[in-house]
Write a protein that binds this ligand. Structure first.
Ligand SMILES: NC(=O)c1ccc[n+]([C@@H]2O[C@H](COP(=O)([O-])OP(=O)(O)OC[C@H]3O[C@@H](n4cnc5c(N)ncnc54)[C@H](OP(=O)(O)O)[C@@H]3O)[C@@H](O)[C@H]2O)c1
Length: 278
């Protein structure tokens, strides 16, 4: 099988490339394939003739999306349209990634795949627009709070701050499911193998606030979780430009109902990740 990975220089993309070891992988970072350029997407995908595409490229800078609205929609919405068109032309199976930020976070229960999205940030709006672009025989995987070996993420931030003397303050009024990129990538491989279609929530199990997650990172690193102090989103200084959902816990309902294995609790995967980035 030949698998084309877009956004292969990113946190998830790099893990996806590794997860498909044993297959022929065409790993394209932004320099190799700008997904906002239709002609290039059709050319490159056409020339590669992949059996499957794992679309990881996205504009993920949530706050920057607020001010760079056009770029967010170009990459996150039109980009999916172009990759979908290329997949259709080549007959490739496509799985694309989306986000918990398609939900507004006002619901008290975890969000399942059939709950109604209502994104409050430009990032979430552009990602939801991208979801509307895929064909029925493609797959949308919504994930959340991704951490991993590559790129900037919460685990690295906590460890960096913990190495200094400063206070560790994290918000206690936003809840979600941290997801380890390597776990997600392994799941994406099974989706490609089985050619799953439709929308699926894929996260590690275990819902926490960012404050609680920071404590878990310290615990996994053998440090004292009591160093972390809870604050509210309103106390963030400076405030973040993009609103975040207070509750973006994703119920992996489609996985559960179809009897497919869930990803483990994030606490099981965290120690290995902490060791890898320390
Ligand atoms: N990280 C999370 O917490 C999270 C949560 C939910 C869903 N997701 C979704 O998961 C997917 C992977 O995200 P990630 O965490 O791996 O983010 P990431 O590390 O930012 O990776 C995204 C990659 O896409 C690249 N990219 C940006 N614009 C592009 C363009 N026009 N053409 C081609 N590539 C472009 C970026 O390159 P540059 O670095 O050069 O810009 C980056 O390498 C995305 O769809 C994201 O929305 C992520």
């Amino acid at each position: 099988m030949r698998v084309l990975v877009t956004g292969a220089g990113g946190m998830v993309g790099r893990e996806v490339v590794e997860a498909f070891a044993g297959h022929e992988v065409v790993a394209l970072d932004r320099a190799g394939l700008d997904v906002g350029d239709r002609a290039t997407v059709l050319d490159v995908v056409g020339a590669t003739a992949p059996d499957a595409i794992v679309h990881c490229a996205a504009m993920t800078a949530v706050d920057a999306c607020e001010t760079e609205r056009d770029r967010a929609f170009l990459v996150n919405a039109l980009g999916v349209r172009f990759v979908t068109e290329a997949a259709r032309r080549t007959g490739a199976y496509l799985v694309t990634l989306s986000t918990d930020y398609v939900f507004d976070g006002t619901q008290t229960e975890p969000y399942h795949e059939w709950d109604t999205p209502n994104p409050t940030s430009v990032y979430g709006q552009s990602k939801l627009a991208g979801e509307f672009e895929v064909d029925l025989d493609c797959c949308v995987v919504r994930t959340s709070w991704v951490v991993g070996r590559f790129g900037a993420n919460m685990v690295k931030t906590v460890l960096r701050l913990a190495a200094g003397d400063g206070a560790l303050r994290f918000v206690d009024d936003q809840r979600g499911c941290p997801t380890v990129a390597a776990d997600l990538a392994g799941m994406l491989r099974t989706f490609v193998d089985d050619r799953l279609t439709g929308t699926w929530h894929v996260t590690n199990q275990g819902a926490v606030s960012w404050f609680e997650f920071a404590g878990e990172v310290l615990r996994a690193a053998g440090a004292d979780p009591a160093r972390v102090e809870p604050i509210s989103t309103a106390e963030l200084d400076p405030p973040r430009p993009a609103p975040r959902p207070a509750n973006s816990v994703l119920d992996n309902r489609a996985l559960r109902l179809s009897g497919r294995p869930l990803l483990p609790d994030f606490r099981e995967s965290l120690p290995a990740l902490v060791r890898a980035v320390q």
